[in-house]
Ligand binder design. Structure first.
Ligand SMILES: [Zn+2]
Length: 394
């Protein structure tokens, strides 16, 4: 693989330097580096180099990105949204493979080099969405790492046959077992959690549970999840997504739950939606809980909002958490870079010698400005080469 010398950039800490990439990894950071013969040369012109961005929670399989505008007339409840989606995906002729590819490519053009995506599994579509994402995972390998979560969006135990499908999805190569609202959807918290933890144990794959349940109901599911994580020795292998309950409960209850999560090594994924209480990022980090960011659905039948741009999501996390100081906004970026790598278990990530060469070059004076202004991505480097310029794949 051809070496790459990127001259005259600034790192997030403000240090000005050149960057040498060899064999797909960062080989050196320093001033006046010399390129090996035959290396590609890029002039960074003093731009700010950010690590490759990470989408920690999305649903590539059901985005309507690039499709005609979908008029949303869905009811307000979670159940309305799930039923509406199952109806609309047929009416709209949704092709999960095409949609996932379109969104993943746009993510890459805007600097996102790693993605954790859920893929719906249910008794109507079977494993179609999982297979679409597994194929995408192979197609993007080398420039964009995709983790596929087999996800029982329509319920697990309430829809007989779904657990068998989830098991088959794992056998076919899904990376992560997904769970969902054990009380709110399945109405059987013990049964649901026992089933997904058993599948996780049997396959040796980590777990990611959507927990929309509010207040004490959600807190109960969270406690049950902690108990099982500790009993089964699954520390660092469980993520709870959303965990709105942590934003609902009183401060003392919140601290107690965060201490449990820290003890169990459970990470949280947050989309920081304006419409719900959320786990506060600063309190989570202070308690030793890894918390990272994701869009959730991007322009789908659930929501018209979202974009395949993790700088925008970092801004929304900053807004929701009232981050105003530059050092706070640095944390918002960490939610879509370092903390996301840690929480999702993406290895070899970061701007350091030996890490995989993934980075985004932007015209901004600081990380805070990049998050707030979301400037054009002048260069995206992944797999050791330039994969996008000026927001377009090369
Ligand atoms: Zn989700």
């Amino acid at each position: 693989m051809k070496a790459l010398l990127l001259r005259d950039i600034r790192l997030p800490d403000g240090t000005g330097c050149d960057v040498l990439v060899e064999d797909g990894r960062f080989a050196a950071f320093g001033r006046n580096l010399t390129a090996p013969s035959g290396a590609a040369n890029e002039d960074g012109a003093g731009g700010l180099l950010l690590p490759g961005l990470i989408e920690g929670h999305t649903h590539l399989d059901k985005s309507l990105w690039d499709m005609p505008w979908y008029r949303n007339e869905c009811g307000p409840l979670l159940g309305d949204r799930i039923a509406n989606e199952r109806r609309q995906r047929g009416l709209l002729g949704l092709d999960p493979a095409r949609q996932a590819r379109a969104v993943a490519d746009r993510f890459l053009a805007l600097g996102t080099t790693r993605i954790r995506s859920f893929a719906d599994v249910d008794t109507e579509i079977g494993l179609k969405h999982v297979h679409a994402l597994l194929e995408l995972r192979e197609a993007q390998a080398g420039v964009q790492e995709i983790q596929v979560v087999a996800f029982p969006q329509s319920g697990l135990l309430v829809r007989p046959g779904t657990l068998e499908l989830l098991t088959a999805a794992m056998a076919d190569g899904a990376d992560i077992v997904g769970g969902l609202d054990p009380s709110g959807i399945d109405r059987d918290p013990k049964g649901h959690l026992d089933a997904v933890f058993a599948l996780s144990g049997k396959t040796g794959k980590p777990l990611d549970i959507h927990l929309h349940e509010p207040g004490e109901l959600g807190a109960f599911a969270l406690e049950l999840t902690v108990e099982r994580t500790l009993a089964l020795g699954m520390q660092k292998r469980v993520v709870i997504s959303h965990a709105f309950c942590l934003g609902d409960v009183a401060p003392a209850r919140q601290s107690g739950l965060l201490a449990l999560l820290a003890e169990a090594g459970i990470a949280l994924a947050t989309t920081a939606p304006p419409s719900r209480n959320v786990p506060p990022v600063a309190a989570c980090r202070a308690a030793g809980v890894t918390i990272f960011g994701g869009n959730d659905g991007i322009r789908d039948t659930w929501t018209p909002y979202g974009a395949p741009d993790m700088l925008q999501r970092a801004m929304l996390i900053g807004l929701k958490n009232d981050f105003r100081r530059d050092d706070q906004i640095d944390v918002a970026l960490d939610c879509v870079t370092g903390a996301a790598a840690l929480g999702c278990g993406f290895s070899g990530h970061g701007l350091a010698v030996g890490m995989l060469a993934e980075a985004v070059l932007v015209d901004a004076q600081s990380v805070a400005e990049a998050v707030v202004a979301q400037p054009s991505r002048r260069l995206v480097i992944s797999g050791g080469r330039v994969v996008a310029r000026d927001n377009a794949l090369v």
